[in-house]
Design a protein around this ligand. Structure first.
Ligand code: DHB
Length: 328
């Protein structure tokens, strides 16, 4: 019953046809085709092959894996997550089995069986790290890497890399040289005041795109024990609380680099939020914390909502609205 109602709803028609038949959300990011621009963000339901398949069947356009490091990491002590007004603060501490195990055990077994792109998130702490990681990825079947230069609470990774522009540039150059047929994206943070300069370094070093933004460095304190709540002390704030900051970063990046690919992420919880990011200049968006609140149905909700919006506003494709908020 619900399904047929949904079909009737979506048939708000252009000449009697289902909107989803005539309005495709398919996009191309450089040479890679995505059935829609809604990508699962790193860190959510993206650790094992069975989760990858669940996310794919929920309608996502691509999946970013959990960030992996060169060596295995145990992560921080519990608790690793707490809630905040309008969001979550997480402090996992980059737990992962190491890139070799992850790629060999998880990625290689599914890469040819899954019908959406898998993007491997890597968290190097040095140029040497990324050199060795690239060797492992080379023949994995993967085609797209996201360099995590923005994890806000693990020393030596993430923000440390973003804060050292010459290392950041070298990490990107080495990755692009070793993985010349791959798309190389860099996930950045809003914890910088020189966004244009860092973006310039990222693009001039050979990156194909920027993902903005990671979680914001945050803390929560228990008033009765009078101590920080999270095992790692600091965590990353995600969810609706950071959406305006993420949107601002995407808007500014598009102002400086309108020809480049920008992927927006940060608190996107509805098709309306998604439209805001496209208007600001995002070519695609990533979905994270909202899955904890709404579950994986969010991908269908986004697909339906964006298609209806495009139809209502008289557009034929998502490309027609990217960056429109800059025309005034
Ligand atoms: C983790 C947190 C992040 O924000 C990130 O980008 C990568 C990893 C973590 O805690 O594991």
């Amino acid at each position: 019953m619900k399904k047929s109602l949904r079909k009737l709803e979506t048939k708000c028609t252009r000449n009697g046809s289902f909107l989803s038949d005539i309005l495709s959300l398919e996009i191309n990011i450089e040479n890679i085709k995505l059935r829609n621009p809604f990508i699962l963000a790193s860190g959510i339901l993206d650790v094992t092959p069975s989760l990858f398949f669940r996310v794919a069947s929920s309608g996502a356009g691509a999946i970013v894996t959990k960030t992996v490091t060169l060596e295995e990491r145990k992560g921080f002590d519990n608790p690793v997550i707490t809630d905040a007004p309008c969001g979550l603060i997480n402090s996992m501490g980059l737990p992962n089995p190491g890139i070799k195990y992850f790629v060999n055990k998880y990625v290689k077994s599914i890469i040819d069986k899954i019908d959406i792109p898998i993007i491997l998130s890597i968290g190097p702490s040095s140029v040497k790290d990324v050199y060795e990681m690239s060797n492992i990825v080379l023949d994995s079947g993967l085609k797209w890497i996201e360099i995590n230069a923005s994890c806000p609470h693990v020393k030596g990774h993430g923000l440390t890399v973003l804060g050292d522009e010459s290392m950041l540039g070298e990490i990107i150059r080495v990755t692009k040289k070793k993985l010349s047929n791959f798309l190389i994206f860099v996930k950045i943070s809003a914890h910088i005041t020189n966004l244009a300069k860092i973006a310039e370094t990222i693009f001039s070093s050979g990156a194909d795109g920027i993902v903005a933004i990671n979680t914001l460095r945050a803390i929560a304190i228990d008033i009765w024990s009078k101590k920080p709540i999270l095992g790692g002390i600091f965590g990353g704030l995600s969810g609706p609380a950071i959406k305006p900051v993420a949107l601002r970063c995407v808007y500014e990046l598009y102002q400086y680099f309108p020809e480049k690919v920008i992927i927006g992420v940060g608190g996107i919880s509805s098709w309306r939020d998604a439209i805001e990011f496209f208007l600001a200049g995002a070519s695609a968006i990533q979905i994270g914390s909202v899955i904890a609140f709404k579950d994986l149905n969010i991908f269908k909700e986004l697909n339906d909502g964006v298609i209806k919006y495009l139809n209502k506003e008289g557009y034929d494709s998502i490309n027609e609205i990217i960056g429109l908020a800059h025309r005034f």
